[in-house]
Write a protein that binds this ligand. Structure first.
Ligand code: TYD
Ligand code: MG
Length: 451
């Protein structure tokens, strides 16, 4: 009997079935079956398999990673000092966020020793050229290929011998060996592994662009993360011009650095001094506004948090957090109620991080709590105040890392006072002119601000 070439695999538990199933009999998940290609066994099972020799780890030669400078410091920092030669990078993000724009700019600026091949399955050569004109890019080293078949792309790579290949986007690519539609899990995975093999073999640096939806649901970056060397995500609110580049996996560097860009009419522009622009549009002295110092990787960033409290019209009070974790907001509201004695259970609360940036660091807790308290009492906080600290469930203020860096940044930006945990103040080596107040708990911190 002829063997079937494909099998259906449950993406949630890995159960296999010869036909598609709506519900997985093994894990009961719905709609998780995807077609996968069966890798044919070429009779090797009969032969004795000889493994590689073991090597003492101390004697392994590492060789040096050659890194290309991308022309953008923000990107180089996220990559850990530049794009490693021969590496495979995945750039994910929502459609329309600016991935193709950023990559085209990089193709222009990057100094590689060979041609750059831009493969697009989404746009035609003239569309890319129009974008390049708009970005004022005229570079003889960039070659365009409008193709979606991996096998044909492979041939072009053989011909052009590029040093850098861009695949825009992986969801449009397909391998002729599979019957599944482009964009399906099996196609995306197969196409990536083919690209990986040909590029690693020839030491070609590759950037793969992948689309993700808000919940990261579609067959895309998520299923590829384990295959590639580096995974970058470009994020941002669609109606804000700021874009954050984050790395979630990096075999050649740390993953906690971020890069900041602004989408302008001339393309993506680096933001090297984030604090300068994040707090420029601050109102004179409104209640519910505070500046926090958040660490994004090794770089401190001052940013404004606003809170608005209004009496609940009826029933359950609403809590809405934009740019902060919802659960964190609910927790802080509970701490304020119990430990600082603020009756907030009949108040709707809205908290917003200005500029559409997302802050997940617990060091912003104190700022959020002070903003909420200030809005509730309708008393503004001092305008030159910066709040730095994590809040525990007993209402205690805890110290956070890199406190000196944060304070120095606040100092540089002209702030005069900063509230930190008492334990942090005791160990502080800061010698500048800022007035650093150490507070033990949230109740004291609120009092010290005159609320
Ligand atoms: P694009 O790079 O095509 O997004 P992606 O590849 O992630 O889908 O960017 C599309 C958006 O960027 C589009 O809505 C227009 C905007 N844009 C600018 O604001 N300025 C520019 O210079 C360019 C080229 C695009
Ligand atoms: Mg695009």
């Amino acid at each position: 009997m002829a063997k079937s070439q494909t099998v259906f695999v449950c993406s949630s538990c890995g159960n296999e079935s010869p036909k598609w199933l709506g519900k997985c009999p093994a894990c009961n998940a719905w709609n998780t079956y995807y077609e996968e290609k069966i890798v044919k066994d070429k009779g090797t099972s009969q032969k004795r398999v000889t493994g590689s020799d073991t090597v003492p780890l101390n004697h392994v030669e590492t060789g040096k990673y050659e890194r290309y400078h991308t022309g953008y410091d923000e990107l180089d920092r996220v990559l850990g000092g530049g794009l490693v030669q021969g590496s495979l990078v995945l750039l994910g993000g929502e459609p329309g966020i600016g991935k193709s724009t950023l990559i085209l700019q990089i193709c222009d600026k990057i100094k590689v020793n060979g041609p750059v091949l831009y493969v697009s399955g989404e746009e035609s050569a003239s569309q890319i050229k129009m974008r390049a004109d708009r970005l004022q890019i005229a570079n003889d080293n960039i070659f365009f290929l409008g193709e979606t078949s991996i096998e044909l792309i492979d041939e072009s790579i053989e011909k052009v011998k590029p040093a850098l290949v861009i695949i825009d986007s992986i969801q449009t690519m397909y391998s002729e060996e599979l019957t599944a539609a482009p964009g399906s899990v099996s196609q995306v995975r197969e196409a990536t592994s083919k690209i990986m093999m040909m590029c690693k073999k020839q030491n070609i640096t590759t950037i793969i662009i992948g689309h993700v939806t808000k919940d990261g649901a579609i067959a895309g970056p998520r299923v590829l993360e384990h295959m590639v060397d580096t995974v970058l995500y470009l994020e941002g609110e669609r109606y804000f011009s700021y874009r954050v580049l984050r790395s979630v996996k990096n075999r050649f560097g740390s993953t906690n650095e971020i890069g900041l860009f602004e989408m302008r009419d001339v393309g993506m522009t680096e933001i090297t001094n984030p604090s300068d622009i994040m707090i420029t549009e601050r109102e004179d002295n409104p209640s519910g506004s505070v500046i926090v110092a958040s660490m994004e990787g090794t770089r401190p960033m001052l940013i404004e948090i606003q809170a608005l409290l209004t009496p609940t019209a009826f029933g359950m009070p609403r809590r809405t957090g934009i740019g902060i974790d919802y659960n964190r907001l609910v927790l802080l509201m509970a701490v304020l109620e119990k430990r600082a004695g603020l009756p907030l259970s009949n108040q709707d609360a809205y908290v917003n991080v200005v500029s559409g940036i997302r802050l997940d660091e617990p060091a912003t807790d104190l700022g959020i709590a002070l903003a909420v308290a200030s809005s509730y009492k309708n008393i503004p906080l001092p305008k030159d105040l910066v709040a730095i600290g994590e809040i525990g469930l007993t209402g205690e203020i805890r110290s956070v890392n890199a406190i000196e860096k944060r304070i120095n940044e606040a100092d540089r930006m002209g702030f005069k006072t900063c509230i930190v945990a008492e334990s942090a103040r005791k160990q502080l080596k800061y010698k500048g002119s800022m007035n650093v107040l150490g507070m033990k708990n949230i109740r004291d911190a609120i009092k010290s601000c005159g609320l």
